[in-house]
Design a protein around this ligand. Sequence first.
Ligand code: 2HA
Ligand code: ZN
Length: 274
Amino acid sequence: MSILDVKVIGDYIRMCNDGWLQGWHERNGGNLTYRMKAEEVAECRPFFREPGPWVNMGVTGANLAGEYFLTTGSGKFFRNVILDPAHSIGIVEINDKGDSWRIVWGLEGGARPTSEFPSHFMNHSVRVAATDGACRVIYHAHPANIIAMTYTLPLTAKAFSRALWQSATECPVVFPGGVGVVEWMVPGGADIALATSEVMKQFDAAVWAHHGLFCSGPDFDITFGLMHTIEKAAEIYNLVMSSSGGRVLQTISDANLLAIAEEFGVELNKDFLD
Ligand code: 2HA
Ligand code: ZN
């Protein structure tokens, strides 16, 4: 028995590899964090090592004190996670103030949690609050089509939510609240972490202009599915715009969107209807 036989570790590694296979993780692009359940921590604890030192994050999430997170490593390649988990990913414990982490498993050879750990951590903090504790996964990737859209559309939640909803009929069902947008910022620090977490108070997905996408959810399937659905819609949007030169003959109307929401019993964000 090894920690790699624990189900949640296998599921996490599978999600990393699925993202790699989608082409969303060139080089060291993207990062994935998962807030572990108490029983999952208990299953993994026999494999923990002497914890490393506490490292301050520059941000605080008091509601995450004492939690354990699975995280990808800074500078690590998603492509290598499946081959070498112990060097590519790890488990960190959060201190009782909710402002520092320490490594208890993995990230071997002096590795550290993802450079975007502050953004992930703040997003976890606001999504846990917004979902009554249901949110466990924060996923950041670099899918080409959603990034491309940030060059051609106004950087507003309304513009992106409408364009994506109208690009595929399933979209208003999968993300009826729409998606948020964060203007271009330097990645990796506390500023972009705070700006993104403001957006994530309202949305379960946030576009980072000219960079990528953050998605959140209660489990790996739902969160990966949200990333996949948004990127597929973005691909359709770009195909339509590039093949038509912007001369769209017909689209999914606001009345159509409302009809979908009614049929599927979801609450569409009315702020984004005309
Ligand atoms: O880890 O994706 O945003 C590389 C990144 C930073
Ligand atoms: Zn990134």
